[in-house]
Design a binder for this molecule. Sequence first.
Ligand SMILES: [Zn+2]
Length: 102
Amino acid sequence: MRQANVEKNGFLLRAIVCEKCGNKIVHPSDIEEYNRFLEIKGKTFKVKMRLVGNSYAVSIPKEIVGFIKEQEKIMNDMVSMCFNEAKKISLLFGEEEQELEE
Ligand SMILES: [Zn+2]
């Protein structure tokens, strides 16, 4: 058995992997956390834009930030923001290479 991280929907789960059959056993508390993540994943939060100087600010709900902090272990003040679509902005926390497309 060796330790490994299993990635699901960009979420890292601690697991042990059997080297003979490749069977994975995910840490029970990580499964629990992943299930809580699934509950808010894709949920739409209505947040207000506030005018701050010449820019606008929005608040990121605490329950989302909690998960990001947990996954990134540390979260600094900088995030990457991208205006991907005419009506959509995305934020990227942490390192670029951790973003995996499904
Ligand atoms: Zn096995």
